[in-house]
Design a binder for this molecule. Sequence first.
Ligand SMILES: Cc1cc2nc3c(=O)[nH]c(=O)nc-3n(C[C@H](O)[C@H](O)[C@H](O)COP(=O)(O)O)c2cc1C
Ligand code: SF4
Ligand code: SF4
Length: 291
Amino acid sequence: MKIAIYYFSGTGNTELVCKKWAEEAKKHHIECDLFKVEDVKEEKIDVSNYDKVGIAYPIHAFNAPRVLWKFTTRIAKLSAKKPAFIIMVSGEYMTLNHSSDYKVARILKRRNLVIESEYHYLMPYNMIFRHTEKRAYEMYKTMLALSELDVKEYLAENKPHKLKEHLSVHFFIWLIRIEQLYAPLYGKMLRIKKKKCIKCMKCVNSCPLNNIKYADGKFKFGWHCTLCARCSFNCPTNAFSCGFLQFWKVNGRYKFKEPEIEEVDKHKRYCKKSYIRYYKEASERLNQIEK
Ligand SMILES: Cc1cc2nc3c(=O)[nH]c(=O)nc-3n(C[C@H](O)[C@H](O)[C@H](O)COP(=O)(O)O)c2cc1C
Ligand code: SF4
Ligand code: SF4
């Protein structure tokens, strides 16, 4: 079997999941090609050589990022139906988030790609607040274990997995697609604090939409931002000022290692029920294979 996974990852979490899927697929002698959507340059994308096609993204305001669904419109229509699967990654396991692929699903269907399987992994927030390293590591370890199981069940044993969702939420999530509406404005309002900036150009070179330009000693921001948070999250000196979302800014990569020092978890009550449900469902599934 040969599969492709096309993914967008703002700050690396979705990429970690996709790499784990590719590694696990290999163990089952399944060829898995990974493509970052921003690196795919063809105007029309031919997926006819693959047996299954995966689409992976971080959830942004209960939706798939605009850059991702715009990418899916470039996939060439197939002459016959082909199975597809979705990998979503988010900071909270809310049922609302399970429907984030409704628009992508419609676009794929028109191209004869039918979603037969869906996965939702919890990974730490890159916006709103910073999870503690302990919680980030717990999410990471669970994602690795679940991915191993998911790849085995779905790709090796052909057992698809569907997420529970309520169709009634589609209208709600369509309504709050803030990213699509406000992302360009957010990008335009980004600023860099001169005193803090060390001119490493990491932000300029890594923006997936080339939205940040540097010329004559000045940074300029365009209207193409997809609100992925990559620039401000990875800035080594935390020099970004993020306009109306400054209060939600998260800066600095997670270590995904057992922390040496215990941090105070200021957000332990946040979405507590959905986290408990995620770990409960995960441990039930993982326990089943141990028996
Ligand atoms: C603009 C924006 C909106 C987000 N909205 C949500 C959301 O609605 N629900 C959620 O659980 N996480 C949300 N997140 C958090 C990300 O989905 C989460 O941190 C994810 O792991 C990031 O993956 P990445 O590193 O591949 O970009 C949002 C992040 C950003 C930047
Ligand atoms: S990543 Fe940060 S320090 Fe580097 S150029 Fe951009 S703003 Fe300046
Ligand atoms: S400007 Fe920053 S947030 Fe916007 S797309 Fe570029 S890297 Fe992402």
